[in-house]
Design a protein around this ligand. Sequence first.
Ligand code: NAP
Length: 331
Amino acid sequence: MSFPKTMAAIAVERSAAGTKMQLREILVPHPGPGQILVKLAAAGVNRADLLQVQGHHPPPAGAPDTPGLECSGTIVAMGQAVTGFREGDRVCALLAGGGYAEYAVASALCTLPAPSPVSVEDAGGLPEVYFTVWSNVFDSARLRPGESFLVHGGSSGIGTAAIQLMHARGHRVFTTAGSDEKCAACAGLGATRAINYKTEDFVEAVKQETNGRGVDVILDMVGGDYVMRNLNALARGGRLMNIAYQKGPKVEVDFRIVQARLLTLGATGLRGRPDAEKAPIRDQLAREVWPLFETARLKPVTWRSLPLAQADFAHQMMRESRHIGKILLIP
Ligand SMILES: NC(=O)c1ccc[n+]([C@@H]2O[C@H](COP(=O)([O-])OP(=O)(O)OC[C@H]3O[C@@H](n4cnc5c(N)ncnc54)[C@H](OP(=O)(O)O)[C@@H]3O)[C@@H](O)[C@H]2O)c1
């Protein structure tokens, strides 16, 4: 398939007046060995993009400066040694960067078909959340059948995916969110109990719901004082996975509780890992998760789709946390 020499892409411009995202004309990247070139239908917005634009989360070596950790669209070219895909396929992909653009290069190892019942635009919001949720909850925390699960930030991109997936797999799901409206949305996605963290103590609520036992696995993006509170909310043998520290990364932990109750703490990051480490996660998503879209047990939760030129507004919307689910940018 043919593609143009140049494309519109978001450039981050910093000045004394602040940071602005502007559309600029840049060269269309060429796919190298093992890579595919995607003509974008959509790019997902992630909280990490906000940090990158503010200069706090630089792209890993070799990744484009253009923000954007995931995309969906149509394959228009492929480098050498790509198997399993053809030009014209509708796909979605996890990216190390470069998604806020009309075209992006993705590693074939981090690419999945867009699930057929899902619009190709909505598929742009699936890779980052499902790679993160699967790898933390199943690969790291080893959630077993019949165990219970708590995800904080239930109305986030991550939360809306985690609630649906654990509910679809038959787990009791607890979650926290910052308003009754968000809690109602989480319940609608399958949460057994959505706790408004502004009016209720989640440790007490979880203890009440589990007859004092606690929950088996917690996926946390809050950090700070939530770390000790999470440990208190875990059942004996429970596992805590941290993926972000919105209330701070440095905390005091009483390891006597960890030791006495046989708890496990972990933390992971996705972006900096080599593609070869992400490929087994992709394979598990293809086997275990994507079929749940085919049967409508999972649905994308898209809050708003905005033109790429409105990237600044999309980031403001995420900063204000008015959204439930994913915000997408459409080139
Ligand atoms: N480590 C990794 O590999 C990885 C990968 C992907 C994402 N992440 C992280 O995961 C988080 C979610 O990502 P996202 O893109 O889905 O962002 P997002 O939609 O903006 O979600 C942020 C969420 O945090 C919630 N929150 C803030 N303070 C809270 C509190 N005290 N208690 C409970 N919830 C609270 C917000 O809920 P309210 O609005 O209701 O307060 C909001 O739902 C981000 O921090 C992101 O950086 C990490």
